[in-house]
Ligand binder design. Structure first.
Ligand code: GLN
Length: 535
């Protein structure tokens, strides 16, 4: 039987609740427990797949093809586990399930209501995650802030889970902000007190309080919070501001949080951590080299739109003792004339995924610059598609070559819709999603980096390279180094006679881990470091 930890947020959003939840997951895993994590998102969309990156940031994709909240990326990177669609529950999913059942007549004449039908569906999603994962601990983060109207059914569901399980099997963690009054050192606990009361009015009494603050949460402040919120001082932990997000589990550990949680959950015989995570962070912090990477995209105004790419770059850099500095470049700003200005001081260029026509030409100027000047290039999904279009246009002279996503009437549809994508009516959840196998070709960079013939990578796209142009592309120096043999689709390409020009149709960033950075990211950062050295 699993035990359950629920993480709620108080006072304001954006204080790192997801990282706190993930850090608890890391700590418990280090204490010998298996952990599954999930997120409740109270919005009505079925998933974030149809939302603008500006609204939501990155859409993280699980191996089984669920389009999910970016916090799942934190979870996977911290606990180093591949999660599933059970890890992402939204109001939209819960309601559509209930309505589907209602239409089928499953409720046998009953009036269908928020309590018990919606709350039962939410509870089921927790119990099912526990059962399917077989994990010792299921950690569930409730999105939003306590007091939001839309999160009420979720809070009610976790209250019920607490009521129907043994007290040592359910634990609540509440994350809050203790603000500092501008112009003074004074820290205010009042919002925490209110947030605690708000939770209490939902029948939830938190066991642990995690505090974010710019000031130091001294013992006397802890005592005050303890008094008002009826939580022992030892269960109040400050999540100090750290240089690396991966330090958060260590901060929690230094404050005895894992010890406290294990005691509350009656898991007193767990072994001590082997300290590997701490050693990794220490090693990362000693990085003394620097490398500059240009990230070219159209959503760069919101860095969270590229969260996993960003993190995979940093992790790959630290793994080889280098701090990666990302230069965020809006592809719409790039022209033939100013490209030199943008790229002259960068050591590598990356073009990540994206949709639609805006900014595409600038991305192609970037990939061409990398191709001509022999600067390491890494294209991901759209970044592979535009690279091939650029090569078709400029190396093969195929004027107006394009992707049919943007130009349906192009004379050279280098990138085209898969047959399976034609005639689809719905936008949501219909892309090629999740894991697909790929075979790496012998003698290529891809094989050299992966050191494996058969790989599995996660996808999220509708368009593919058009195999009709394979022969011509080869003549332009393109090597097709990764192929999905079942579907006969190009998955990885690279260029001959270039230090590092690699692009893939899948999203390797989702599988990169701090303790196991992705081979393609490592290859790219290594090549960028070498490029810097040779300058
Ligand atoms: N827009 C492209 C497609 O749908 C690329 C998608 C992506 O980069 N994730 O195929």
């Amino acid at each position: 039987m699993a035990k359950f930890i629920f993480v709620t947020g108080g006072v304001v959003s954006g204080i790192g609740k997801g990282i706190s939840a993930a850090s608890i997951g890391r700590l418990l895993k280090d204490r010998g427990l298996s952990v599954f994590m999930q997120k409740f998102d109270p919005y009505i969309n079925i998933d974030p797949g149809t939302m603008s990156p500006y609204q939501h940031g990155e859409v993280f994709v699980t191996k089984d093809g669920a389009e999910t909240d970016l916090d799942l990326g934190h979870y996977e990177r911290f606990i180093d586990e591949e999660l599933t669609k059970r890890a992402s529950i939204t109001t939209g999913k819960v309601y559509s399930k209930v309505i589907e059942k209602e239409r089928r007549g499953d409720y046998e004449g009953h009036t269908v209501q928020v309590i018990p039908h919606i709350t039962d569906e939410i509870k089921n999603s927790v119990y099912k995650a526990a059962k399917e994962s077989g994990a010792d601990i299921v950690i569930t983060e409730i999105g939003g802030t306590v007091g939001d109207i839309e999160s009420l059914p979720f809070l009610e569901a976790i209250r019920q889970i607490h009521a129907e399980n043994k007290k040592e099997d359910v634990l609540f963690v509440h994350t809050v902000l203790v603000p500092q009054i501008p112009g003074s050192d004074e820290l205010k606990t009042k919002p925490t007190q209110h947030s605690f009361k708000e939770l209490m009015s939902n029948g939830i009494k938190t066991n642990v309080i995690i505090v974010r603050s710019d000031g130091e949460i001294t013992d006397s402040i802890k005592k005050k919070i303890s008094l008002f919120c009826d939580v022992p001082v030892e269960a109040i932990v400050q999540s100090e501001n750290v240089d690396l997000i991966y330090e958060v589990p260590l901060v929690f550990h230094q404050n005895g949080l894992d010890q406290y949680i294990l005691r509350k959950l009656d898991l007193t015989k767990q072994p001590e951590s082997n300290g590997d995570w701490g050693k990794m962070v220490e090693r990362f912090k000693k990085s003394d080299k620097d490398v500059n990477i240009a990230l070219v995209g159209k959503y760069v105004a919101l860095h969270d739109a590229y969260l996993s790419v960003n993190q995979a770059l940093l992790d790959a850099g630290w793994d080889m003792g280098a701090n990666v500095h990302i230069k965020w470049i809006n592809s719409e700003d790039i022209t033939e004339e100013n490209a030199e200005e943008f790229f002259k001081n960068v050591d590598g260029i990356i073009v990540p995924g994206g949709f639609g026509s805006r900014g595409l030409e600038g991305m192609m100027i970037a990939s061409k610059y990398a191709r001509d000047k022999k600067i390491p290039y890494f294209g991901i999904c759209l970044g592979m598609q535009i690279a091939l279009i650029e090569i078709a246009r400029n190396a093969l002279g195929f004027r107006d070559a394009h992707t049919t996503e943007v130009d349906a009437g192009t004379p050279y549809p280098i990138i085209d819709l898969m047959d399976s994508q034609k005639n689809l009516e719905n936008l949501g959840g219909t892309m090629r999603l999740g894991n697909y196998p790929c075979v790496t070709e012998e003698g290529t960079k891809a094989r050299q980096l992966y050191k494996e013939e058969k790989i599995l990578e996660r996808h999220r796209h509708r368009y593919e390279f058009n195999n009709k142009y394979k022969g011509e592309m080869r003549r332009a120096g393109v090597v097709f180094s990764g192929i999905n043999e079942d579907l006969d689709l190009v998955e990885i390409i690279e260029l001959k006679d270039h230090p590092y020009y690699v692009a893939c149709q899948f999203h390797p960033e989702f599988k990169s881990r701090p303790n196991n950075p992705h081979p393609l990211f490592k290859g790219f950062v290594k090549a960028s470091l070498e490029n810097k050295k040779n300058k």
